[in-house]
Design a protein around this ligand. Structure first.
Ligand code: B12
Length: 209
């Protein structure tokens, strides 16, 4: 559909007014939030990633594209998170220390809320110890760690090690995700699960909790 292409183009151009308006139009036309994500927003952000990698655009453009992505996500958020049923459990999520990428993590959070979980989002660039502290404070049994940089993903191993060493948190389950991750990497650091996207994260949470 042409509107999905327009939405992807708005993300690529970093037009946060157009991205919001087109997302709203698609919502008004009864498109599901997952369709809007899969056909417009995610392909748009993928293209931004490719252009950035090929040096066709630079960081400022990526930042304004991210802002356009966020304003469209605000429009679909209420639909993704409305569930109204009692919570299936609490999950802490966050992007690991040193890493400010939070778009994918935010999507995972929204989808988990939509799936009926209570999400405690610690944000991005979360110090390793903060995960430990918040898990204890909130008696949480599942956490989701996100990383987008090959240099920060190893921080997940540190967090898992800290949890295992502490009696109070040794049974906490950890799921991991982010563009550079693989199932193989997740297994190698002792994570309990990996999912390649936000829909997979919800399925995985169901298995792990
Ligand atoms: C947007 C973006 C930025 C924005 C981030 C804005 C924000 N608020 O998030 C800004 C401009 C700040 C930025 C900065 C940088 N970036 Co950047 N960025 C990107 C870009 C283009 C898109 C990322 C994105 O949002 N994707 C869309 C979302 C929806 O996808 P996602 O994050 O993968 O999430 C999905 C899945 O992975 C999964 N998932 C994610 N988290 C989790 C968690 C769990 C538990 C589960 C189960 C699943 C899951 O579900 C999500 C939804 O489906 C990528 C390129 C790319 N293709 O990834 C580069 C990219 C990640 N950035 C890169 C780099 C190098 C940087 C900088 C170092 C650049 C610099 N020179 O300063 C800085 C780093 C700053 C820092 N310390 O973190 C590189 C990383 C290369 C590498 N090998 O590590 C990439 C790959 C670009 C490239 N090709 O070179 N970046």
């Amino acid at each position: 559909m042409a509107e999905y292409q327009e939405l992807a183009d708005a993300i690529i151009k970093g037009d946060n007014i157009a991205s919001k308006d087109i997302a709203q139009k698609l919502v008004d036309e009864n498109m599901s939030p997952v369709e809007i994500l899969d056909n417009g927003l995610v392909p748009g952000m993928d293209m931004v990633g490719k252009k950035f990698k090929n040096n066709e655009i630079y960081l400022p453009e990526v930042l304004i594209a991210a802002r356009a992505m966020k304003s469209a996500m605000e429009v679909i958020k209420p639909m993704l998170t409305e569930s109204g049923i009692e919570t299936k459990g609490k999950i802490i999520i966050g992007t690991v220390q040193g890493d400010v990428h939070d778009i994918g993590k935010n999507l995972v959070g929204m989808m988990l809320e939509g799936g009926g979980y209570t999400v405690i989002d610690l944000g991005a660039d979360v110090p390793h110890e903060k995960f430990l502290g918040e898990i204890k404070k909130n008696s949480v049994k599942l956490i989701g760690l996100s990383a987008l940089l090959t240099t920060t993903m190893i921080g997940m191993k540190t967090v898992i090690g800290m949890l295992k060493e502490d009696k109070e948190t040794s049974d906490v389950r950890v799921m991991v995700g982010g563009a550079p991750l693989t199932q193989e990497f997740a297994d190698s650091i002792g994570a309990n699960g990996y999912a390649p996207d936000a829909t997979g994260a919800v399925e995985l949470a169901g298995k792990l909790l």
